[in-house]
Design a protein around this ligand. Structure first.
Ligand code: URA
Length: 209
């Protein structure tokens, strides 16, 4: 079985979709390869494309702050990846065929890191990993079983939270708390284990453009 470095080596030379033609760098992902928490975003923006690292712009600052404040986790303690590894031009949404072409990289990252909790940011990551077309505003607010004994916690994309203001940030914050609770439940010896039941009742949907 290839390791994370092998998968990264292949991804760095990838030309499977047209996004490869416009990229400066492939943003494979970074963090602790044994992290219990994996964060999955949508795709690199301008700053990420230039630096080759995920979530280094304003969205990343909000993500780092919420992870630290609500889960006590520094960036180096989690693993952060995106659904697509190359920047869509002008920050447009990734196309279904681009997501499909990049999917094996994300799947291998999830398999090799084997996180206990996956925090998905926004529609694209949540839909890709839950296999649904529902909107994030309807999906967030609870946990979902994911893989073998893990749970998935959907939340808003930090860029949407920055646009949406305090109320959206507060819901994102509540989701990070939810992810932290799920991590604590997943510690060996603790109980009960990861659950398919909502930790908190889903809050009423809040549409974020
Ligand atoms: N937005 C994302 O979805 N991913 C990044 O890496 C940066 C911004």
């Amino acid at each position: 079985m290839p390791g994370l470095a092998d998968v990264e080596r292949v991804a760095l030379a990838c030309t499977l979709c047209p996004l490869s033609q416009g990229r400066t760098t492939v943003v494979f992902g970074e963090g602790d390869p044994h992290a219990q928490l994996m964060v999955v975003g949508e795709g690199p923006g301008r700053d990420e494309d230039l630096q080759g690292r995920p979530f280094v712009g304003r969205s990343g600052q909000l993500l780092d702050k919420l992870l630290q404040e609500e889960a006590g986790l520094a960036r180096r303690q989690v693993y952060i990846a995106n659904v697509v590894k190359c920047r869509p031009p002008g920050n447009r949404d990734p196309l279904p065929e681009e997501i499909a072409a990049c999917r094996p990289y994300l799947e291998q990252q999830v398999e090799l890191i084997a996180p206990k909790v996956v925090l998905t940011l926004g529609n694209f990551a949540t839909r890709a990993l839950l296999g649904t077309n529902e909107a994030i505003s309807r999906l967030r607010g609870r946990t979902y079983p994911f893989g073998l004994g893990a749970v998935l916690v959907p939340t808003f994309h930090p860029a949407a939270a920055l646009r949406g203001g305090g109320e959206v940030v507060a819901r994102m914050r509540a989701d990070v708390v939810r992810a932290h609770q799920a991590l604590e439940r997943a510690q060996p010896g603790s109980h009960p284990g990861p659950t398919a039941e909502p930790i908190l009742a889903a809050e009423p949907g809040l549409e974020v453009p």
